[in-house]
Ligand binder design. Structure first.
Ligand SMILES: [Zn+2]
Length: 386
């Protein structure tokens, strides 16, 4: 028998999503209204920030996936919907009246949540747009010194800027009126990158906090736990977005990789070798998940396990073509997918395989370029430059 929406909602209402995620191997810490940490599907280690739980919904930036407790269990265990429902306690019989009342309550709750999410999304994009508009075009400043220290040069058309001083928020504190506000734990220069959607509209801001002298990334620690915090942050809607690092109107060859430094390293190496073409474009996919987009299913990882001994899974090789993803311009005849040796190897290979399937077309060649084990393209560039 098919379960009604009300019965499914009733199963979910009985589950503590954060508790379930932890049971499945997630390591979660509080961050504002959310819990963030490692993913119970694809892992990520102690300082991971890829997985988020807010209320009864979860999302993972690497899996490019998200949803409710049932979906989490299906993805983490590789099981079918009915089995997941049974594992969560099973559906109970309901009268028609009860079903109607629950349906109505659920519909109202969903509408409210969708409105709040859309409002938050718009406010975030406006806020980061202001940061972007106020910052300077990259020039003789800290961000350029940072790139130069990595032997990288930013092309003229790169959507990169520098903020001389940007605040870093982490957690919350009370202001003088007793209201909870985001807590500032660091201020310093930052390399900014504009993330744009497939229509070319500004949709998020990628921020890399830098040391005052530009010699490297800033070292920022949680004032309470002393744990190192990531020097890179993204605000806005990054899903399906990309950063243009070299613009070309109708590119015939496109290089796309996860990190800004990775992609700039390859662009710089080609320029130095005089192999850069006028119709080459270079993009960063912001994160690894965005490079391959969503998958139809997860597969077991060949050897990685969670701290609790549960097998780790990862998004499989088949693209979910209905999920939002980066669109590659039709003019691209040669697509080069860049895989860094510094991300987990199997996850990177699977992501590139998924991208290959997603973007294949008649008359288009797709190549995967891997940096040697344990190295990234920037290490190679610096070795050459040194
Ligand atoms: Zn994940």
């Amino acid at each position: 028998m098919r379960l009604s929406e009300a019965q499914i909602a009733d199963v979910k209402a009985r589950v503590d999503l954060a508790g379930l995620a932890r049971e499945l191997g997630a390591g979660l810490r509080k961050s504002g209204k959310k819990l963030v940490g490692s993913c119970p599907i694809c892992g990520g280690g102690r300082s991971a920030q890829r997985f988020e739980v807010e209320g009864d919904a979860w999302v993972c930036a690497v899996c490019q996936d998200g949803g409710d407790a049932i979906r989490l269990l299906m993805r983490a265990k590789g099981c079918e919907f009915r089995e997941a429902v049974e594992r969560l306690g099973g559906a109970r019989a309901m009268s028609e009246e009860e079903t109607r009342a629950l349906d109505e309550r659920r519909r109202r709750k969903e509408e409210k949540a969708a409105r709040a999410a859309e409002q938050y999304r718009r406010r975030e994009i406006e806020a980061v747009r202001r940061i972007w508009d106020r910052s300077m075009a990259i020039g003789l400043d800290v961000a350029e010194r940072y790139l130069a220290a990595r032997a990288c040069r930013a092309p003229q058309s790169a959507m990169l800027r520098c903020a001389p001083e940007l605040v870093y928020f982490h957690g919350e504190e009370k202001d003088d009126r007793g209201r909870r506000v985001p807590r500032v734990i660091h201020r310093g220069p930052a390399l900014l990158a504009a993330v744009q959607d497939n229509a070319g509209a500004f949709c998020a801001l990628h921020m890399t906090y830098l040391r005052a002298d530009g010699g490297g990334k800033a070292e920022i620690f949680d004032p309470e736990t002393g744990e190192p915090l990531p020097a890179k942050k993204v605000r806005g809607s990054k899903r399906g977005g990309h950063i243009v690092l070299r613009h070309c109107e109708a590119p015939r060859r496109l290089f796309i990789g996860e990190g800004i430094e990775t992609v700039l390293s390859v662009a710089t190496a080609l320029k130095v070798a005089r192999r850069l073409r006028v119709d080459d474009a270079f993009w960063s996919s912001v994160d690894l998940g965005n490079l391959g987009g969503g998958a139809t299913a997860t597969i077991p990882h060949p050897f990685l396990k969670h701290a609790n001994g549960h097998a780790q899974r990862l998004p499989g090789p088949w693209p979910d073509l209905d999920a939002p993803a980066i669109a590659i311009p039709e003019s691209v005849e040669e697509l080069v997918l860049l895989g860094d040796g510094d991300s987990e190897r199997v996850l990177t290979e699977m992501t590139l395989e998924r991208a290959q399937r997603r973007y294949e077309r008649d008359g288009r060649v797709i190549r995967c370029a891997f940096a040697p084990e344990g190295k990234d393209f920037n290490d190679l560039l610096k070795e050459k430059a040194g």
